[in-house]
Each structure stands twice: as C-alpha cells, then as structure tokens.
Ligand binder design. Structure first.
Ligand code: ADP
Ligand code: MG
Length: 725
C-alpha cells in the first residue's frame, strides 16, 4: 500500500486539483507537508477579556494590550477634509466597543461585515465620549460556531499563515483550518516516530502523534506548551547531531604529519617584529601550536575584535607548518585585503627565505601561470588570495594549513572547497564579527575556539561622536585642522546599489564636491567598489604613503584594511548601516598610539533624538525596540567600544534569524527553536547529541536507527552530511 502521507493533498476532502496547485506553490505537496504546516499564532481563551473587564483594567491604569472578541454591528468610512477614518462597532456579551483606523486598511470592503465575529488585539483607550476604543488593532475573523465553542468550551483556536497563493484559490482562515483538521484527524496516526523511544522517556517528551495534533489543535494551554517543547527539542537535537557528526568527522582523521615547532626559528622571527605580542596573542598561539603538533587535524576558530592582531598569530602558525616543509594558504574576502596581506607578509618573510605568492582575479595570464606553476611545485610556501584560491585549476604541492580570514564573509562550501585541496590540513578560521556566546556554541559548535581578548597596549579607545548634517561644516573644519598634525581621514558614504552606474556617479559626485569645495585645501582621494583591484590597490598604496589626507570611500574599505595613520573615520548616513558594519568601519582607525576619532553623521532630527536617547533593554518593550532600531544602533556605537557588547545589542535588535546566517553555516535553519530563549533546551539537546555521536560515530547501533533514518531522510541534501554518509 502506498504511503498515504506521501500522497498529494489533492485527495483530501475539499482540496482538489486547483487548490492543490496553490498549496504546492507554497511548498505543500503531500499530506505530510500539510501536517507539518503549523499555526503561527493561537487564540487562547485564557487571554480573552470582555468589554467590561477591559474598562476595569483601563481604570486601574493598565497600559498593555488585550484581546477581546465581538460581533460586528456596523462599519463606516468617515471623511472630513482630507482625512478619513474607518470605524467598526462591535459588541460582546458585556457591552460595546469600536475599532478605528486612520489609514486605509486593505480590503476594508470585504471584512467586518455585519454579524461577523472578530478577535481584536490592541492597547485599549477610552475616548472622550467614554467609548472603549482600539486604534489600528490586529484582528482575526472567527466563524460563529467557532467563537461559541471557543467562548464556552475553552478551546484554543489556531491561526495559520494564509499567503496570497492560498487566498487566490479561495482558501481563507476557516477553510484552511477545516482542511488541516481533517488531515490531522485522519492521518496523524500514520506519522512514524522521529525520536528514539528512550529519549522520549528520559526527556518526558510527547510522542510525534500527540505533538502534531496538539500543535494544530491543542486541548489546553499546557498541551500546547508540551508539544512546542517536543518539536523544539527535536529540532535542536538533530541540529546538534549534525554539528557533532561534523566534528567527529574531522577528529577521526589523521594528518600526514604532526608538526614540530622550531622554537629558535620562531623566536628569531618574533624578535624581528617592531612590537611584542600581547599576552592574549601568546595564549592563543599556544593553543594553536598544540593542535599543530597533534596528529589530529586542527579545526579552530580564532575570534578577536577588529585590530586585536589576528594576522600575526595566523602568520606564526603558518611559519610552523612551512618550516616542516608544507604550504600554508590564507584566503581573504576581498582582493584589496589579500593584496594588503601579501605586501606586508612577503616583506616580513623574505628575510627568512620564505616565498609568498598572491592569487586573485584579474591577474595577467602569464603572471598567473607562473604563480600556478610555482604553487604546484612548492616553490611558493605561503599562498595568499581570494576565492581564486579554490578554482579548479589551482593545484597545491602540499597544503598543511588553511587560514580563512574574515570567515563570516565566506560560505561553508567555499571553505570546504579550499580545505579539500589538501589532505586533512589544519584549519584556522578567523573572525572579528563578535558572536554572542549562545550563538557561537551553535553556529561554530564544531570548532574549537580561541579568543584574543585584549588589544595591543599602545591603543587608546576611539572617541565616537554623533553629529547632525547641519554640523558638517564643523566636521570638515575638524578634518582640516587635524590633517595639519598628520592625521588621515576616511570619509565613507553608504551607497544604495541600485545600479553600478548610479553608485559610481554618487561616489564621484561626493568626491568632486569635497575636493572642489569643503576640502579644497586638502589632498582628496577616491576609492569605490567599481574599480578594478589594481586601481583600488593603487589608491590604497597612495593613501598609505600619504599622497592623500582624505579618502572618500564607499564601503569597500569595510573589512580588514589596516592604515595606521588613518585616525579619523567619518560615516555619512550612519543610520543606514548595520551595527557590525559600523563597528567594522570604526575598526579601520585607532590602529596606532594616536587618539582616533569616529564621527557618525546623520539627519539632524535623528542626531538630536539619539543624543537624548539612552536605551536599556530591560525597560524597552518589543514595540519600542522595533520602532527605534536605528537610534539604538547609533546609541550603542556611542556607548560601547567593544565588539562583544555590540554583538549582544545587535542580536537583540535583529533576533537570531538574521545573524544566524544559515548560508554561511551550512546548517539547516531553525524553524521552531530560538537559541536565545530556548537556551536550556539547546544545552540539553547538545549534550545528548554529542554523547550519542561520540559513542557511535557512524550511528550503526540498533538503538540509533531512528536517528540515522531521520538524518538521512531530512538532511541528506546537506553537503556536510553527504560527505559523511
Ligand atoms: P585584526 O585582528 O583586525 O586582523 P590586524 O592583525 O590587522 O588586526 O592588526 C592590527 C594592527 O595591529 C596591525 O597594524 C598590526 O601590525 C598591529 N599589531 C598586531 N599585534 C600587535 C601588538 N602585539 N602590539 C602592537 N601592535 C600590534
Ligand atoms: Mg584582519
């Protein structure tokens, strides 16, 4: 008998071919898909008030939202002058209330018909006529029967997302609910269990049938919570299984060689540097060295704020491997950064007799072929480049160490493609994008972590200011004044990349205007994303050699660039940037012992508001956070210098979804769980997953068969799993 769950939804009651087509447009093809289409919200009777209760709440000074259910009595569109008000009157078993909108609600004509039942959620107010009123509320339409059942039996009503594809097939809240109800009643019991029995027992989790049933139509609040806990646990558990598998996959390999460190050689190199390593740098080098000297491949994340000195740590690690006769490869996200690394590093390594090469796009064919040959024959020992390093025709002699700089800019596939050019090389990935601990546990859960947690001693904290656009003239004066004592300035413009031509034009307009007017007594340079890397490189070299006082720039300078005498960073339209981008930009200055400045420019009204605003997440409602995001970002820049503190703020503003860039992690997206609010569950799932995989890395044991089957069925498209299986 064919598996009923794999059959098309078409055969369900009241679906048919047309609706089935609409379902498939939103990714629901089979009955199983439909069973896993869970509500996004629920209406829970325990949270419903009646109109008299709401009035009581109001009198007692309650300021939050309430939910109330009523039957529509009338609706009208009131115009006066240019303004319009949409008003709907409703009643419940205790009294009357009204809803108003000052801007048109979509489809006003089609909704709020007389005798319809609606659930209304919003902050209540009392009008001057003493009416209970809701302004711009959320609303859900209920069937009459439903609302009766709901009020009298205490049922919880699910609400599903009804995208326009479904609406087009005449599917609305009720019809969708009815179809899903039919599927749940008849086919839920065909689902096979997706977690091993012993885990269900030890974690006191619901079985899969009750879970799916309760997520759709929970009998009460508690059963909903239990179902949610189970589905979240399951998601986190399989997620952590993937990470544990990744980790065990690497750890069970053997390298070709466990390297030996030539301490004298390293010491000689250290003595040649113009500075002493910080204790933090020494500490992480120790950790890396241990890995290099082990037989198992290293898989390590090096975290350190911008300017903390990660490059030199990577370089010393490379030297250990190179002095054992292997090659090291350093991959950077941009050509200009690769080029900068190449210049600095080759200068340092030349005296030691070590050859450095660079491989990036846009090199001359003859030059490229020469380099490719030298790489293949091992004449170049340290290879620096961009993703040009992973192209098919690049053959390495013997890769011992792969270093990924600014790793958050690469995808997992790119990383993997470089790594597999060697035979189980050691891997060091570096990032300055600070990640809250909760996230690094998951996102980088398969990596060992080293953190550089202090800055080189000579650094003074950067002074950060926020100025309105009307103060720009003062800012220009400041730049001119400071340039007299050798200061150089980055002047950054965000460019909305509508088209390449426009971006170029905008950058050039700013540049010409500054050069000919406000900054005409200074030497001004321009760099933008539409230049070839050779052009960019030339500008950077010219800037570094002080041919310019000011560099007008689009955000190409965002990552990694290191020009110690550039000590002023001006960011125009600062409210447009994300927090980590602002922090990266600010990190371009303050790289020497001089006092550095970062001036954020924004619209006057924003600047005033922001300078007055002081945020404290403990006292802000979600709504206030949502409304004030850009102000909070700017405020945080004024308040914090440390990337770690900023990353916490960033996460609160963006939620996990955005930061949790699945593309770069190569891990499945979390649909149900939230690594922040479900942290305890995460830790438990993680411990369990690691224990199971450590015990049985190939999941061959009989009692792990459910896990094995489930991973295969659901994650086989995952690149890392396919390489394991
Ligand atoms: P990041 O960690 O952001 O990649 P870099 O490696 O580019 O930082 O280092 C920033 C600057 O600090 C460089 O100019 C580097 O030479 C310098 N630097 C690194 N380590 C030290 C140190 N221990 N003392 C002083 N300066 C250092
Ligand atoms: Mg760097």
């Amino acid at each position: 008998m064919p598996d009923i769950l794999s059959q098309s939804v078409q055969y369900l009651k009241s679906v048919g071919p047309k609706r089935s087509e609409s379902f498939s447009k939103i990714g629901i093809n089979t009955v199983r898909d439909l069973l896993y289409y869970f509500p996004t919200r629920y209406l829970d009777r325990s949270t419903i008030l009646n109109s008299v209760k709401v009035l009581q709440y109001l009198r007692n000074g309650y300021e939050g939202e309430v939910t109330i259910i009523g039957e529509v009595i009338s609706k009208e569109l009131i115009r006066y002058g240019k303004k319009q008000i949409y008003k709907v009157r409703l009643k419940d078993n205790a009294g009357f209330f009204e809803c108003v909108w000052f801007q048109g609600i979509k489809y006003f004509k089609d909704i709020f018909n007389q005798n319809d039942f609606y659930a209304i959620s919003a902050k209540p107010v009392l009008t001057k006529f003493g009416h209970l009123q809701f302004v711009h509320p959320d609303f859900d339409r209920l069937a009459e029967k439903e609302s009766k059942e709901f009020m009298h039996t205490g049922k919880i009503i699910p609400f599903y997302r009804v995208p326009k594809e479904l609406r087009a097939a005449n599917l609305g809240d009720f019809s969708l609910r009815r179809i899903i109800n039919y599927a749940v009643e008849n086919f839920c019991s065909n689902l096979s269990e997706t977690l091993p029995e012993d885990i269900l027992i030890s974690r006191e989790l619901l079985d899969i049938h009750s879970t799916v049933r309760n997520l759709h139509f929970p009998g009460n609040h508690n059963s909903l919570l239990n179902a949610e806990r189970r589905i979240k646990f399951e998601e986190l558990f399989y997620f952590e299984c993937m990470i544990a598998l990744r980790k065990s996959f690497v750890k069970n390999k053997r390298k070709e060689t466990a390297y030996k460190t030539d301490s004298k050689f390293i010491k000689k190199f250290l003595d040649s540097l113009p500075f002493k390593l910080t204790p933090a740098q020494i500490k992480v080098l120790h950790e890396i060295r241990k890995d290099l000297e082990s037989e198992k491949p290293m898989n390590r994340l090096l975290q350190g704020d911008v300017g903390s000195g990660k490059t030199i740590v990577a370089l010393i690690s490379a030297l250990i491997v190179i002095s054992n006769g292997y090659q090291a490869v350093l991959m950077s996200p941009t050509e200009i950064l690769a080029d900068q690394h190449y210049k600095r590093i080759s200068e340092l390594l030349e005296p030691l007799g070590i050859k450095t090469g660079i491989l990036i796009g846009g090199q001359k064919k003859s030059e490229r072929e020469k380099i490719l040959g030298d790489i293949e024959h091992g004449k170049i020992q340290l290879i620096i480049g961009t993703h040009a390093l992973i192209e098919e025709n690049v053959n390495y002699n013997k890769i011992g160490l792969v270093i990924i700089d600014e790793q958050h800019r690469f995808g997992v596939v790119q990383r993997y493609n470089l790594i597999r050019k060697g035979n189980q090389p050691d891997v060091l990935v570096m990032t300055a994008t600070p990640i809250p601990r909760t996230l690094s546990m998951t996102l980088y859960g398969d990596l060992d972590t080293s953190i550089i947690d202090e800055m080189p001693l000579n650094r003074k904290p950067i002074k950060t200011y926020l100025r309105g656009e009307s103060k720009l003239n003062d800012v220009y004066k400041f730049i001119i004044d400071k340039s007299k004592s050798g200061y150089q300035t980055f002047l950054v413009y965000p460019l909305v990349e509508e088209s390449e031509k426009l971006e170029l034009k905008a950058a050039e307009t700013y540049y010409n205007d500054l050069k000919d007017n406000h900054l005409k007594e200074l030497k001004v340079g321009l760099i933008h994303g539409r230049m070839s890397w050779q052009q960019k490189e030339q500008v950077m070299v010219e800037f570094a050699s002080k041919k310019y006082d000011v560099l007008v720039s689009t955000t190409v300078i965002e990552v990694g660039i290191d020009i110690p005498d550039a000590n002023i960073m001006i960011i125009n339209d600062a409210f447009r940037f994300g927090l980590s981008q602002l922090h990266q930009l600010r990190g371009r200055v303050g790289r020497s012992d001089k006092q550095a400045y970062c001036i954020l420019i924004t619209k006057d009204e924003y600047a005033i508001k922001t300078n007055q605003f002081s945020f404290d997440f403990n006292y802000l409602s979600d709504e206030q956070i949502e409304k004030n995001k850009s102000i909070i970002r700017l405020n945080a820049m004024l308040k914090y210098n440390s990337g770690f503190e900023l990353s916490e703020v960033d996460m609160k503003l963006r939620g996990q979804g955005d930061i949790f860039g699945t593309k770069q992690s190569g891990l499945p997206e979390l649909k149900y769980a939230n690594v922040v609010t479900d942290f305890d569950l995460l830790v438990d799932a993680r411990e369990l997953a690691f224990q199971i995989i450590n015990d049985d890395p190939s999941l061959a044991k009989e009692n792990n068969s459910t896990i094995r089957k489930n991973l295969k069925e659901n994650f086989s498209s995952n690149i890392l799993l396919s390489q394991i299986a």
